[in-house]
Each structure stands twice: as structure tokens, then as C-alpha cells.
Design a protein around this ligand. Structure first.
Ligand code: AP5
Ligand code: MG
Ligand code: ZN
Length: 215
């Protein structure tokens, strides 16, 4: 049983590390951002609602996100553990998550806070490309795919997220600082958080995270 949370600003590398961690520990990767993007693609009511906020770089309201995240955690594949990416993102979300564990008797084993400075975040997000089919993440200069626009893993088409424009990126970082960063202190008080330097290269970051999990 391994219950993990990936915390960190937009572009810190949460999604990139999550793909490696879910394979290593064989636990489901739960990204609220991915759930919303899937709903947008399918044109659902939830997708329409989420898109209004995501395109501006604002958070989707707590009353929408919390129910979805908790419902996902109740699914059978989370019985052996899970990796949350991008949830919780507000103190209220974190309180509701704790309440869920009070009800079910589980706990968060480790909160992994990936630390990266603002200039690097902007550089990463403005060059990010994502695979339409499998979700693998690339960077046009930092981590390019072998063939331009084509996923190395599955041959799928690469695209740029609509919230990776310069203006939206700045707002997402601002929103992170105001609404999500307080969670660092929140989990410090609980004593189950580690801080990982997110700028040491993909494999080093991964190795630092796995060492913390296994410590
Ligand atoms: P979400 O999808 O969660 O996006 P985010 O938090 O903004 O984070 P990103 O996915 O942009 O960054 P990441 O840390 O995953 O970085 P990545 O690995 O891709 O949320 C999107 C929106 O949905 C929110 O704005 C909000 O509206 C809504 N939402 C979602 N959850 C919500 C919630 N709980 N409450 C309310 N609203 C919610 O990497 C980025 C780039 O860097 C890539 O190009 C990658 O190749 C590169 N890179 C990664 N690692 C490294 C490295 N070590 N060295 C160099 N480059 C690297
Ligand atoms: Mg992500
Ligand atoms: Zn792919």
C-alpha cells in the first residue's frame, strides 16, 4: 500500500515523474488535470465547466473538483495505493482528502514537493508538447521526441496544451503561489512531506524521489 501526492508548481515535472512512478510502484496515476482534459475532449458538461477556468489558468472550483477526486479514489484500482498529481491544490481540498481517510482508515504516506524556480517553469511550459494518444510529455529543446511532432512511445501526434500560452502560464504560477503553496506548510505540520530539487535532470529527480519513498 503506497499513497502518494505529487505537489509542485505548473511545469515542475509532476506528470513526467508520475509516469515513471506509476510503473515502478504499480499504482494508478490520478491527475485531476488529465480528468478535466479528457472531459473537454469528450464535450461533457464537466468538461465545459472546467474549460472556462483552465483556459484562464484559474483553479476549477473546489465543489467541482473534490467530488471527482474522492470518487476516483473510491474506485477498486486504488485499493493497493495511488499517486495523486495536481490534487489537492487548496487547503479546503486537503481537508476534504483528510476527511476521506478518516472515513476509510487510510493515510497519505508521502507528499513529494518538486521545487523549480519561476524562469525555468516558464521555459518548460512554453516548449512542452504532449502526446494525444498516451500522454507522454516532451520539450521542444530540452526533451525532444526523435521525430518532430511524433511520440517516441506510441507514434501518436504531439500537441501543445491550450493553457501553455505565456499569459496563462504566468497566471497559473501566480495562482499556485497564492492558493496551492500554503499546502507545503500544511503538510510540514503533518510531518509527511519531502522537498525534491526538480532541476537536476529527469533521472536524478526520479532517483531522489524513489529514495525518499523507500527511506
Ligand atoms: P494540471 O494538468 O495539473 O497542470 P499543472 O499543475 O499546471 O501542471 P502541469 O501539468 O502544467 O506541469 P507538470 O508539473 O505536470 O509538468 P510536466 O511533467 O508536464 O492542471 C491544469 C488545470 O486544471 C489547472 O490550471 C486547473 O485549472 C485545473 N485543475 C487541475 N487540478 C485541479 C485541482 N485539484 N483543483 C482545481 N483546479 C484543478 O513537465 C513540464 C515540462 O517540463 C515538459 O515539457 C517536460 O518535458 C519538462 N520537464 C519535466 N521534468 C524535467 C526535468 N527534470 N528537467 C527538464 N525539463 C523537465
Ligand atoms: Mg501535469
Ligand atoms: Zn504517445
Amino acid at each position: 500500500m503506497l499513497n502518494l501526492i505529487l505537489l509542485g508548481p505548473p511545469g515542475a515535472g509532476k506528470g513526467t515523474q508520475a509516469v515513471k512512478l506509476k510503473d515502478k510502484y504499480n499504482i494508478p496515476h490520478i491527475s485531476t488535470g488529465d480528468i478535466f482534459r479528457k472531459n473537454i475532449k469528450e464535450g461533457t458538461e464537466l468538461g465545459k465547466k472546467a474549460k472556462e477556468y483552465m483556459d484562464k489558468g484559474e483553479l476549477v472550483p473546489d465543489e467541482v473538483v473534490i467530488g471527482i477526486a474522492i470518487a476516483r479514489l473510491r474506485e477498486g484500482d486504488c485499493g493497493g495505493g495511488f499517486l495523486l498529481d495536481g490534487f489537492p491544490r487548496t487547503v479546503h481540498q486537503a481537508d476534504e482528502l483528510s476527511r476521506h481517510f478518516e472515513d476509510t482508515g487510510g493515510k497519505i504516506d508521502l507528499v513529494i514537493d518538486i521545487v523549480v524556480g519561476k524562469d525555468e517553469l516558464v521555459r518548460r511550459l512554453s516548449g512542452r508538447r504532449v502526446c494525444k494518444s498516451c500522454g507522454a510529455t516532451y520539450h521542444v529543446t530540452g526533451m525532444p521526441s526523435k521525430v518532430d511532432g511524433v511520440c517516441d512511445e506510441c507514434g501518436g501526434e504531439l500537441f501543445q496544451r491550450t493553457d501553455d500560452t505565456e499569459e496563462t502560464v504566468s497566471n497559473r504560477i501566480e495562482v499556485y503561489n497564492q492558493q496551492t503553496k500554503p499546502l507545503v506548510e500544511y503538510y510540514e505540520k503533518k510531518g509527511n512531506i519531502v522537498h525534491i530539487d526538480g532541476t537536476t535532470g529527469l533521472e536524478n529527480v526520479f532517483s531522489d524521489i524513489t529514495k525518499s519513498i523507500e527511506a
